[in-house]
Design a protein around this ligand. Sequence first.
Ligand code: SIN
Ligand code: FE2
Length: 219
Amino acid sequence: MTFDLFDSLPPEADDNPIETLAPGAVLLRRFARDDDDALLAAVRDVTDRAPWRHLVTPGGLRMSVAMTNCGSYGWVSDRTGYRYDPIDPDSGLPWPPMPAPFLSLAWRAASAAGYDGFAPDACLINRYQPGTRLSLHQDRDEQDLGAPIVSVSLGLPATFLFGGLRRADRPTRIRLVHGDVVVWGGPSRLVFHGIAPLADGDHPVLGHERINLTFRKAR
Ligand code: SIN
Ligand code: FE2
């Protein structure tokens, strides 16, 4: 589907859909756009069974991002720390299985980025509303750091902060729009990254929200 305001691209971006951000890290512009209906229907199925929640950090702060998970493991945070858990602590049940369109997209995006055979066992689903941010962090709770992270952006545009291997490295600011996919692995696997406070807007598909899927190999 096409939406003028959010989907118009400068011509150079159309010519060069695979953009290298750093060694081992690429931006695949609009890679997931044609899958948006299937992905969002699957998100609704997941959130029917594992509703959005605001996790608490080990330091006791409520995260502004609402989260849920699907797959064999889910990323959770509480006063005891961060971990991957096969059980949703809110329901006591296993997380919903990874929907087929999720697995397919993650595999295809990883492959386009040069990571063949990506088989994620965890997908963290993040929901941002205007003002929501995600501070700089590394994704380092996964046992298998040989596998990349595949991140899919849907809905309102966001400013992705893509830093270096040290927290103090000044991050590059990258605008991510509906359908963009970022893949980072190899020498970039442990880069610090985050999301600047989300600006308000009215996206034709998701209204005042941004949804991000991050696919991981947790075990
Ligand atoms: C994350 O780092 O887990 C999410 C990043 C994003 O929302 O783009
Ligand atoms: Fe992350």
